[in-house]
Design a protein around this ligand. Sequence first.
Ligand code: XIL
Length: 318
Amino acid sequence: EGLHSLMVAAGKLYFGTAMDTGNFNDPAYMAIVTNKSEFGMFTPENSMKWQVTEPQLDKFSFTQADEVAQKVKSNGQMLRCHTLVWYSQLPTFVANGSWTPATLSAVMTAHITNVVTHYAGQCYAWDVVNEALNEDGTFRQSVFFQTLGSAFIPLAFRAAAAADPRAKLYYNDFNLETTPAKTAGALRIVQLLQSNKTRIDGVGFQAHLAVNHTPPRTSLAATLRRFTALGLEVAYTELDVAQTALPESAAALAQQARDYVAVVGSCLDVPRCVGVTVWQFTDKFSWVPAAFPGRGEACLFASDYSRKPAYDALVALL
Ligand code: XIL
């Protein structure tokens, strides 16, 4: 039994992973991807981001993301779609444009409408807005916030809802697991949408964590419940647990296993936590070493595809 089968048997919808077209020519990788028992949900790691899907104004390009969507569909697996409005990985025409509220809201709405319509019916969920918050819970000074204020958020969710009534619409961010001021900011975003009668279905906890900095299972579950109490579902959307000293010791590998168990266990503890997605399953393709020099070895499988203690601990948990 793989992780997805075990999660489903535990009453959840899925266990998933990020992947992308750059991984397709690795046979050992694809053997695990096509094992439906291991992963039931896939998030394109980069292919659905704005710089890929609309590199120039009104020039849409779905070739790359379609390859991921096709692979997943032909295998009878599910797709989490990521992401529509994010300050990062934007095409230069958006990042460096000189915008008025009217011109930016028109371009943002057209982007969302085109991309969500293209994948309508294929996405279990969309990360509509990604990483809108600073660590202190205030809004990040993105081009969207600077031009439109917090109104960019309801605008984005409404455009997504209109283009695909079936996809669950998520707000997604990191450190919501660990940083109370930021968690409070995410709760305010949910309330902003709900008080505007704008649909939001879920909050995604990225869970880019580090060994020995992962909160205990009970506090992780308590944080999830603050969102489910507002009528939402929740999910861990980008889980990895980085080693902070490399090469890692046996003790650090064992701690990483306990940290993975705390996160997945907290999802088991909260009925409306629908599933867990890891941000790549092998150290071979993890984003962590490039993004955080000195950190790494964050995944469930080693670079040679051997299963790490964290993998075995999840099997034991589930
Ligand atoms: C990362 C990818 O993994 C990298 O390949 C890319 O270079 C940068 O983006 N939060 C997110 C993800 O929502 O989209 C990011 O993915 C990781 C942090």
